[in-house]
Design a protein around this ligand. Structure first.
Ligand SMILES: [Zn+2]
Length: 333
């Protein structure tokens, strides 16, 4: 069985079947893995939106990073993608004869932002993002190496956006939606005219994203999902994979999925204290060995959130090597 996702899908990883809560919730994400784009050329994916996929497929990137071109004539690019010369050439080829006025970046992982400097150099476009890469919390010992591998620490926007900021040009308006969680600086972008959201890695049709400390924070991630669930745009165009349809309902299923994961962690802790290795083994049954590290970080993200909410206790700061137990209930007043 080939597991291609980090967060489990019903097909790649089975849940703890002994958990009634999880059983009720485990199959509730209606994933869609359909994807038609091929690297090298742009295709229309929504009114006024073209897309090009980079040739960087993988367990975290699915078929590759999708870059979007918004408008005609004076255009914006959302997520230029990895520092891949072929992808950058295809992107510039697709906008030949047009003016790239603006570049929007959803977040500063290496599969989304490193192409910015070359695309900016070629076009003179202004670059927008929430800000440089930053952590959801301070680093623990041993976390620096992983950060170097995944984050684009060189990226700087020309203009830092805050939630609700909007940029309007000929024929399009893009509004910034702060959606921290996958990274602290994650932004989604609403395209007003097409009633859609560029959702980056926050919400994707093919899988849930990894929420891994120190880049990611589960409490932020859940709050960002709740925020999108209150919006009405029916379609999301994500950083990987095809469009999300019926998006508000899909976001609700994402929320239930995470709550199901949280419930299964709490149920295992009801049986006694456990470390993360034990929790991963109990929750992700039949997990591909290559994904154990990512699953462990995802469980750590949940535990950080549960400790912050006083539902779980550990000694000192929550860490990957810590032991976790249910928090003592407060004595009745
Ligand atoms: Zn990504």
């Amino acid at each position: 069985m080939k597991a291609t996702t980090v967060e489990c899908t019903p097909r790649s990883v089975r849940w703890d079947e002994n958990s009634p809560t999880v059983k009720a919730m485990s199959d509730d994400i209606n994933y869609n893995k359909a994807f038609d784009l091929v690297p090298g050329s742009a295709a229309d994916v929504a009114p006024g939106v073209r897309a090009i996929v980079a040739n960087n497929p993988g367990p975290f990137t699915f078929k590759g990073t999708v870059s979007y071109i918004v408008g005609r004539g004076k255009v914006a690019i959302v997520d230029p993608g990895p520092d891949d010369d072929k992808h950058i050439a295809a992107l510039l080829d697709a906008v030949r004869g047009e003016t790239v006025t603006d570049i929007f970046v959803t977040h500063t992982h290496r599969d989304h932002s490193p192409a910015v400097s070359k695309v900016k150099a070629a076009t003179g476009a202004r670059v927008y993002a929430q800000g440089p890469h930053r952590l959801a919390r301070p680093l623990h010992t041993g976390e620096a190496a992983r950060l170097d591998a995944s984050a684009d620490l060189d990226f700087r926007p020309d203009t830092a956006l805050t939630d609700g900021d909007a940029v309007t040009r000929d024929g399009w308006t893009i509004e910034a939606l702060a959606t921290p969680g996958h990274t602290a600086n994650h932004m989604a972008y609403a395209l007003k005219e097409a009633e859609l959201i560029f959702s980056g890695d926050h919400v994707m049709a093919w899988s849930t994203p990894i929420v891994a400390p120190p880049d990611g924070a589960m409490s932020d991630y859940m709050a960002s999902l709740e925020k999108l669930a209150r919006r009405s745009e029916p379609v999301y165009l994500p950083g990987h994979g095809g469009p999300v349809r019926d998006a508000p309902r899909f976001v609700q299923s994402y929320i239930r999925h995470r709550r199901g994961r949280e419930a299964s962690i709490l149920r295992r802790l009801e049986k006694g204290a456990a470390d993360i290795t034990t929790l991963v083994r109990a929750i992700y049954i039949g997990l591909d060995q290559r994904l154990v590290g990512a699953a462990s970080l995802s469980v750590l993200a949940h535990l950080e959130d549960l400790v912050a909410r006083d539902l779980v206790a550990t000694d000192g700061t929550p860490s990957i090597s810590g032991t976790y137990r249910l928090a003592e209930p407060l004595p009745a007043a």
